[in-house]
Design a protein. Structure first.
Lengths: 313, 306
């Protein structure tokens, strides 16, 4: 396996890089520069990082004002607050106004396991996917995160970047480049397609290896652009395999599973699909990996889903 | 406007600026007439109370205060004005058209499909609209962001923001107020439209925001008060607010909801109405009489000091 790297650390480093490269980049925090690893930006670009304090509702509005005056604000807090606390502000002052704001949702999904359901962000993708004008991204690993941050600096328009607090190996092929709106084939396969997003791509690759041991050929696809998701980006995988499984650290309503299911229903009739994720319930406190296993994201759950689908095809 | 026009942002005084203030008053009458026409011809319910009450503030801003270029609305060095109380946008539309940001022919299609004049402010559709608003409590945060950007750039342009007093019930207003205080945003001036009524009726004893002066002061702001219908008084307070250093300023503008049209001023609550033919005639008659009084100088000395 390749070298392990923390996704948030990659974000932190890339943020400093783009800050040094472009004076329009500014950073907003809501009392969490330590958790969001924005502290290096304060040192590298003094004056261009502002900690508003515990004022999550004002992150989107203040960022919108900065953007309308020509800045490129990246605002940071835990995903559950970055989106949920201030959704109306994002909707009107950023999305409707097409303000060039970059929303960074840190420690998404079950990342903050022990903190419990108040801090688990399991509906943020659903909310952001429902907003016109917004691009929704989730990197699989540190390298993809780095490339996304650079892309976000140059793209003019609102972007939601969903970050897991996870240390993972590089999953990409040599020379790979991030392209918005494109799915990434991580492993060829012909029986089942495993669609995953975020650090769960690592799990999907691991499960594919397990399935290979029993003679099942699993295709692994990284869906790092959750919106826009052009149907053809899913159809091309659907057509080459007998069935599909989606894997996400999010409610199965409104996230990756929904996005893929919408395309399967309309364009790939007859191909069965299973959505793995949090099954529309409030969670409990524990270690993130323990919770993922508990809520149906264990490798064995993925394997079982594949078995049941292949039995039907 | 005439050669009597003083330089932008000069505090107005009766001895010197009488002719100019007379022109501002006439503009305010034209704006009120335009609002009445807009609502009557579109057959759409309007918040006449809120719209009439803010006319002098936006008229003063666009005809004497803001450094803007109607033919180049995105000129980078312009002053910014954010209408946080977005439901007041018909008044702003009337002023922007009067100032030349867009043609008055757009009023024919006001709030209709394809119009540049939406129900609430849309910065992408309407020249001169700086921020999309309409959900209360957001505009002040946006204005803070603009003022922060100007501060980062060392720019000289200023940001002005009009907030409703009912809107001050929103927690996000005070979150933004705290940020502006902490960030020492002295290029930011807020005007509060203090008419003491929110949509459902009087605020006293229900959704009160007093002591309002103390609240803003406690959040680190310089606080001024003015008669929101008196161009002299308003401009004096604005001039004092503009020169404050090291902290943001607020001008609490005492206004009368529905100002200028007696039956709207006295409307009990919810002045979100469709004008009857009779009410429409009454509005225009009142405004015509006001206009005649201004032209003949008969209104001098009758400012509604509160």
């Amino acid at each position: 396996m390749a070298e392990m790297k923390d996704i948030t650390t990659a974000y932190s480093e890339a943020l400093v890089e783009i800050g040094l490269a472009d004076p329009r980049v500014v950073v907003l925090d809501a009392d969490l520069p330590d958790s969001c690893k924005t502290e290096p930006f304060y040192k590298a670009c003094p004056g261009r990082a502002i900690d508003l304090g515990v004022a999550e509702q004002s992150l989107p509005t203040v960022a919108a004002g900065l953007a309308l005056a020509g800045k490129i604000p990246f605002y940071n807090t835990f995903a559950v607050f970055a989106v949920g606390r201030s959704f109306d502000m994002i909707r009107l002052s950023i999305a409707y106004a097409r303000a060039n704001v970059k929303i960074i949702g840190h420690a998404a999904g079950l990342s903050l396991g022990y903190a419990g359901p108040s801090h688990h962000a399991l509906e943020d993708v659903a909310m952001m996917r429902a907003l016109p004008n917004v691009v929704v991204l989730q990197p699989a690993d540190a390298e993809e995160c780095r490339q996304m941050v650079w892309w976000m600096k140059d793209y003019v328009g609102p972007v939601y970047l969903r970050l897991m607090r996870a240390t993972v190996p590089n999953v990409h092929a040599e020379g790979w480049r991030f392209e918005v709106g494109k799915t990434e084939l991580l492993r060829e396969g012909s029986d089942v397609t495993l669609y995953s997003t975020g650090d769960l791509c690592v799990n999907a690759l691991r499960v594919a290896e397990m399935l290979a041991g029993e003679g099942i050929s699993a295709r692994v696809v990284n869906v790092s652009t959750l919106k826009p998701l052009p149907p053809e980006e899913i159809i091309r995988h659907a057509e080459l395999t007998r069935c599909g499984v989606t894997l996400e650290d999010h409610n199965i309503i409104g996230g990756l599973g929904s996005a893929v299911a919408e395309i399967y229903a309309e364009f790939a009739p007859g191909k069965p699909l299973r959505r793995l994720g949090i099954r529309d319930m409030f969670t409990e406190s524990d270690d993130c990996e323990v919770l993922r296993d508990h809520y149906g994201l264990a490798d064995a759950d993925v394997v079982a889903a594949v078995h049941s689908l292949l039995d039907k095809t | 406007m005439t050669e009597n026009r003083p330089p932008l942002k000069t505090p107005l005084v009766p001895e010197r600026d009488q002719a100019f203030v007379r022109e501002l008053k006439l503009k305010a009458v034209m704006v009120r007439k335009q609002i009445v026409e807009m609502g009557h011809h579109s057959r759409i319910r309007l918040h006449y109370g809120a719209l009439m009450g803010m006319v002098e503030m936006v008229t003063l801003l666009y005809f004497h205060w803001l450094n803007v270029r109607p033919d180049d609305p995105n000129w980078p060095e312009r002053d910014r004005f954010v209408l946080s109380k977005g439901h007041g946008v018909p008044s702003l539309y009337a002023v922007l058209a009067e100032r030349g940001f867009f043609s008055k022919k757009h009023f024919d299609n006001f709030r209709r499909f394809g119009s540049i004049l939406q129900g609430h402010p849309d910065r992408l559709k309407t020249p001169g609209i700086e921020a999309s608003s309409g959900s209360l409590g957001q505009g002040l945060g946006v204005a803070c962001g603009m003022a922060l950007a100007a501060k980062l750039d060392g720019a000289s342009w200023r940001t002005y923001c009009l907030v409703g007093d009912g809107e001050c019930n929103e927690g996000s207003i005070w979150e933004a107020a705290m940020i502006a205080g902490n960030q020492h945003l002295d290029h930011l001036v807020v005007l509060v439209d203090r008419n003491r009524k929110s949509s459902y009726g009087p605020m006293a004893g229900r959704n009160d925001i007093e002591p309002l002066v103390d609240k803003w002061r406690a959040f680190g702001w310089a606080v001024f008060e003015a008669d929101g219908h008196d161009f002299y008084d308003l401009s004096q307070a604005m001039a004092r607010a503009d020169v404050v250093e090291g902290r943001p300023s607020v001008v609490i503008c005492h206004t009368i909801k529905g100002k200028g049209i007696p039956f709207v001023e006295n409307y009990p609550a919810k002045p979100n109405i469709l004008l009857t033919e009779e009410q429409y005639r009454e509005c225009l008659d009142v405004l015509n009489r006001t206009e005649e009084a201004i032209r003949s100088g008969r209104d001098e000395g009758h400012h509604d000091r509160l």
